[in-house]
Design a protein around this ligand. Sequence first.
Ligand code: GCO
Ligand code: MN
Ligand code: MN
Length: 393
Amino acid sequence: MSALYNPTSTDRFTFGLWTVGNPGADPFGGPVRPRISPTDIVRGLAKAGAYGVNLHDNDLVPFGASAAEQDRIVGEFLDVVQSCGLVVPMATTNLFSHPVFRDGAFTSSDPKVRAFAVRKAKRAIDMGVEMGAETIVFWGGREGVETDAARDCRDALCWYRECVDFLAAWTLDQGYSLRFALEAKPNEPRGDLYLPTTGHMLHFIETLDHRDMVGVNPEVAHENMSGLSMVHAVAQAMEVNKLFHIDLNAQRIGRYDQDLRFASEDLKGAFFLVRLLEGSCGRPGYSGPLHFDAHAYRTEDSDGVWDFASGCMRNYKILAAKAAAFDADQEVQEILAVNHADPDGVGVLLKDYTREGLRALEVLDLDPEALAKRGHQYERLDQLAMEHLFGVR
Ligand code: GCO
Ligand code: MN
Ligand code: MN
């Protein structure tokens, strides 16, 4: 395998303790490989060329541990993180594993469960800050229902908002400089999860008290589960400066959350996603950490886990190189230039409404029949993308 695509820490690749640490259990069978300890995961990630490691509170500190126990575990972990030259850019709270969250955390009908969830999230944020995290992800794994008889969805959304508002206000009160990234998922483990797509999240964020510090954490698998375009979800977030984090993996539409090695399915979707994240068509890219929320096939032993991790990172770098080559391709540029051409300066008339602009718009010579005749050469353009991907161009 070409060394050209070996990752280094400047590539900003991160993995969660729960991703490379996944022992291969599924709803039909238990673990198939030994759990790797958090400190061994850190050593393995450093060796593999990653930049950082992310975690849920309980990936590291067991649920219900005492403060002294937490301090000891976190201290030992941070020593290894630092000695390996890694960082912890993101931290998150497990608000889904314990049975107390069986009917939701922030959206539980029981205010005591909501209070417990907020208190747990607060402690996880403190722990994240201690580790140097800049982003706190919220994934509402249990925020949903199997039956809408449970509650009015509007109440759930209102409680969700209250909890995020509370935590944001507390974070600011602590003087922490953090950003929250909300992660949408349509279903699994609940029958229907509230705020099922990145688009839903983006709107919800606009209703929050401290909306400036809240953005999204889109995941390839989750948008695909809904049958939607991850590229468009990410682009919409980027366009309003709300892409605070990203969960990269691979998924086939219409299936359970597969969490596959990045780009191992829907190669073209992955290609256009990487192209977007790297910056294309004169637009800036994304500069935050590139997180892989995926895990190795259940068939793998411990060595296979590191093959999986390396594959995620290599695939991103290979696609970044392909995307750059595609954008630099003269034929690609020519097709795009023809389609975007504006020789009569018409585009500017639509930028802002003015009465003069309106008059100019009304007298424009616009012939729909002539405009409709034009082909766009997207067959050719897409085939160029394919040929770059196939490695024959
Ligand atoms: C899932 C989610 C999680 C979250 C993680 C971070 O489908 O299980 O993607 O992996 O990303 O809990 O908050
Ligand atoms: Mn995720
Ligand atoms: Mn997921």
